[in-house]
Ligand binder design. Structure first.
Ligand code: ADP
Length: 308
């Protein structure tokens, strides 16, 4: 077991390699290590690290949460949004987390995506414990391993669809040029060919969400986290977006975790976790885990926007 004092990574020989730029060498990261690095120094000059899988016979969870709790301070009150949640998601799974408003879904999403810190418990993403990383390292892990899809699409309005995808590639810090063949493949998969030169305001909501999915997928993240991806869409566009998420999960192999309050949307997943009052209270199989993609799921790209 060794420990890099500069990049704060413990190494004990299993599954993953984190290339440590400070020492010009690779160190192995254990997905099971519960040792913590000392409080990391702020990153004055974030070094680019890359993470690689080491082929392994054993499957281990790509997302692991152990006893996660998040307490918000709301004035003099404390709100426990997530209480003692443990879950384990295997590579390639499509999992939905469903629950009523206020049940803690978004907070869990932020915790699993490394967008907020847990009050207690831990999140291990692809073998790396978020708590062992500095803020800069956590950001880089997110950029390299996780693609986010949000309810409100979050596309930059002054850029074309193509510009939005290109900028996601640029901020991911990769040195190689955007893989145009892969972009072609994604555009085909998501049926947004012919729409790439348009600005978001010229696209229907369903098209905007599919561009947002392309933006999330362009960096080939291992994990896609989608927060209410159909929340702003009408039924037809919702079906199309769900079909695209399912197809990308199957064809590109991304592990997909979708938060939704809509049980029908959740049913597309292979596994459904039900949340209530900050806890996962029930787990069930999706009713359509192997369903065929809905016929005519993708509305014609020229169709008029119909969503609210
Ligand atoms: P959901 O996504 O299921 O609607 P949330 O995770 O948004 O649930 O919220 C869970 C609980 O935490 C709610 O009671 C909500 O009011 C509270 N909450 C969420 N964010 C904050 C915050 N930043 N400050 C205080 N309370 C919050």
């Amino acid at each position: 077991m060794s420990f890099c004092t500069k990049c704060h990574a413990f190494a004990c020989g299993d599954l993953h390699i984190l290339r440590c730029p400070s020492q010009q060498r690779s160190v192995r990261i254990s997905p099971h290590s519960d040792r913590r690095a000392p409080a990391p120094e702020p990153d004055p000059e974030p070094a680019a690290f890359t993470m690689e899988h080491v082929p392994s016979e054993a499957t281990s969870p790509i997302i692991l949460a152990e006893n996660l709790t998040k307490v918000y301070a709301a004035g003099r009150l404390q709100v426990t949004a997530v209480r003692g949640v443990s879950l384990s998601i295997e590579p390639g799974e499509f999992v939905a987390i469903v629950g009523p408003s206020g049940s803690g879904k978004s907070t869990l999403f932020y915790l699993l995506g490394g967008l907020t810190r847990a009050t207690s418990g831990r999140v291990v993403i692809d073998g790396v414990d978020f708590a062992s990383l500095s803020d800069g390292e956590r950001t880089r892990l997110r950029k390299h391993r996780i693609g986010f899809v949000f309810q409100k699409f979050n596309l930059l309005p002054t850029l074309s669809a193509m510009g939005n995808i290109e900028i996601a590639w640029a901020v991911s810090g990769r040195k190689e040029p955007l893989d145009l063949k892969y972009l072609d493949h994604l555009s085909d998969l998501l049926s947004i060919q012919g729409r790439l030169q348009h600005r978001p305001s010229e696209l229907s909501g369903g098209e905007q969400q599919r561009v947002a999915i392309a933006r999330a997928l362009i960096t080939r993240p291992a994990i896609v986290l989608a927060d209410e991806p159909t929340g702003n869409l009408d039924t037809k566009n919702s079906e199309a977006v769900l079909a695209m998420l399912l197809r990308s999960n199957r064809e590109l192999g991304q592990t997909t975790l979708m938060i939704t309050h809509n049980p029908e949307a959740a049913s597309i997943a292979g596994r459904i976790l039900h949340m209530r009052d900050g806890e996962i209270v029930r787990e069930e199989k999706g009713s359509r885990p192997d369903a065929a993609l809905p016929a005519n799921a993708v509305p014609a790209s020229t169709s008029a926007p119909t969503e609210v």
